[in-house]
Structures are given as C-alpha cells and as structure tokens.
Design a protein around this ligand. Structure first.
Ligand code: ADP
Ligand code: MG
Length: 314
C-alpha cells in the first residue's frame, strides 16, 4: 500500500469565527473540509490561530482582576493556553461528529496543549507588533499601560489596542507526544494559537508575554513531523501579486525563487499574507518533495487534488 500523504493544516481566522456562537458554526464547515482530506487518504494534523479568541480571553481576565483585587492579571501565556483548550474543545468535537457522520469510527481525535520555546533574545520582544483584543479610547489605553504594563498602539485610525510581541518559534516542547499520537493514527490538533510561548530557564519553562504567529508555528510542526504538505487555509483562494490593484494576478504555481522575488518586491501584506508566504517558502525549502499550499478553507480538497490554490515548491 502506498504511504499516506502527511498534511499539516494551518487554520486561519475564518475557520473559527470571532465569537463563541460564530466559532460553534464555523468549526462545522472546517471539520467538513478536514474530513474531506482524510477521505482522500491523507493523514492530517491540525494547527490553528487564535487572534480574536486570545484577545477575548485576555479582556475577560483583565475585567476579572478589575472587579476582584485578589485576582492578579492573567499572563498572556496562560490566555494562549486557555485559547488552545477552548478552540481545541470545539474543533475536536466537530471533527469527531463529522468522522462519525461519515462512518469513520477508527480515528480518535485529540488536542495537545502545546508549548513552543522562543528565544528570550528574539528582537520581536523589543518591538511588540501584533494587535490583540478590543479597541479602546486613548484615555483607557493610557490606564492599561500604567496598570498592566501593556504596550498600547493606535491601530489605523480605528482606536487603541494592546500590541504584543510575536517572536519566532524555535522548538516544539511536546513534539514527542504529538508524534506518537500522529504515528498511532490519531487526528491531532496541536500548536493552537501558534503555541504557548515559553523560554527555558534550566528545567523550568517560563511563559512569555507574546503570541507566536500560527503560520510559522505550523511550518515548524510540518518540518518536525516530516510532512509532505503544509496547507494554509485562509480567506482567499489564491495568493496574488499586485493584490487589490487593476493588474492583480492570481498565482497557481509558485516556485520558491519567484516567491522570494515577489516578497522582496513587497507584494504580500505584513501581518496577513507575508507570514504565510514566508512560512510556505521555509517549508518548501526544508526538504525534497515538500510542498506548501495556500487556499480557501472550502477549497482544501480541490487544492490537494491540484485543482486550485497557490502551490509553493522548490
Ligand atoms: P488568517 O486569519 O487566515 O491568517 P489573514 O487575514 O491574516 O488571514 O490573511 C489573509 C488575507 O491576506 C486575505 O484575506 C487578503 O485580504 C490578505 N492579503 C494581503 N496580501 C495578499 C496577497 N498578495 N494575495 C492574497 N491575499 C492577500
Ligand atoms: Mg493571520
């Protein structure tokens, strides 16, 4: 029998929605897309983002400590851990149900709480860039700065938001456990929200105040699991050059060299498409036969069959 293709899927914001009810609905569509790939004979590992969810949890925990002075503010690393469990809960239930609906009863689903080591000297700690949570007035922002030591920034004329550091992932702490589950045929959800960022202090892992980009965390996971494919599922069917302009061109086949050229020319927006193309290039360059695919969530199956999406390869 031919060996199953191993796929790491990175789910973006539209796979999970922005609120509790939205997430409940979104995961059903997401589960269908994932189980489609399993029915195509692929071995799937799921990673996901947590932008809206970690912001929501962070705000809720901040409100708790405002109301009850015995409750200190919750570290961001703990908020990421909470987001992994909450998203994992919804995803693993939706996946289990979809598998059962298709009479697939032999694939257990599990969520792995995943810590990812980051470098304490990562320059990202010196320039927080990733906005999380709700918008505030300048006055509220100044109070949050003083009270919680938050870094606050004005976000494109829309109000003030907390920004956090987004360091690069260096090592997946639970990779051994993830690998055992994957090798035993389980459907694993791991590295949620980019993983819980930690730094090493001897044997102690210290939670870091940061949120790792899920595109980079998924790339590292795919490399470590020796995956054949990294599939980044997002809100566009293909990657474009001259995106949003009159000469916009959608890309299907994208060799690493071309992708690097387009990155240099500034075709991909930082914070949205750029990290995806960077992660795709890194994965495709990391070994023979490794391919990355960027496409729309609903098109995952067509993408793997070579019918759509942007394929990044060596
Ligand atoms: P996710 O939550 O999946 O990470 P993002 O919103 O961060 O999604 O990134 C996807 C978005 O990137 C698309 O919806 C699109 O608006 C934007 N984008 C920016 N540059 C490009 C480009 N060159 N080609 C396609 N999409 C782009
Ligand atoms: Mg994103």
């Amino acid at each position: 029998m031919e060996k199953k293709k191993r796929i790491v899927i990175a789910l973006g914001g539209n796979a999970l929605g922005n609120t509790l009810p939205e997430q409940m609905t979104a995961v059903k569509i997401t589960a269908r897309a994932i189980v489609d790939l399993i029915e195509e004979g692929c071995e799937v590992v799921v990673a996901h983002g947590n932008g809206p969810q970690v912001g929501m949890i962070n705000n809720a925990m901040a409100a708790l400590s405002r109301e009850d002075e015995k409750q200190p503010n919750t570290p961001l690393s703990v908020c990421v851990a909470m987001s992994q469990a909450y998203i994992g809960y919804d995803l693993q239930n939706a996946l289990r149900e979809e598998l059962y609906n298709r009479s697939i009863f032999n694939i257990p689903v599990a969520t792995m709480i995943t810590q990812i080591r980051v470098d304490a000297d990562d320059p990202a700690f010196l320039s927080p860039s990733k906005p999380i949570g709700h918008f505030m007035t300048e006055e509220q922002a100044r109070i949050a700065e003083k009270k919680y030591d938050y870094v606050m920034k004005e976000d494109s004329g829309r109000g003030w938001r907390r920004v956090v550091a987004s360091p690069k992932p260096a090592e997946i702490i639970e990779i051994g456990a993830i690998r055992s589950l994957v090798e035993s045929g389980q459907l694993v959800i791991a590295c949620g929200g980019g993983g819980i960022p930690v730094t090493k202090q001897g044997n102690h892992l210290k939670g870091a105040s940061a949120v790792i980009d899920k595109d980079f965390a998924s790339c590292l996971l795919a490399e470590e699991l020796n995956a054949d494919f990294l599939i980044i599922l997002t809100a566009v069917e293909k990657v474009a050059i001259n995106f949003g302009k009159s000469n916009e061109t959608w890309l299907e086949d994208l060799p690493v060299k071309k992708a690097e050229q387009y990155m240099e020319e500034g075709h991909f927006a930082p914070g949205s498409m750029l990290p995806k193309v960077q992660a795709a290039v890194k994965f495709a360059s990391s070994g023979e036969g490794r391919t990355a695919l960027i496409t729309l969530l609903e098109k995952a199956k067509d993408g793997i069959l070579g019918k759509t999406g942007t394929r990044i390869h060596q």
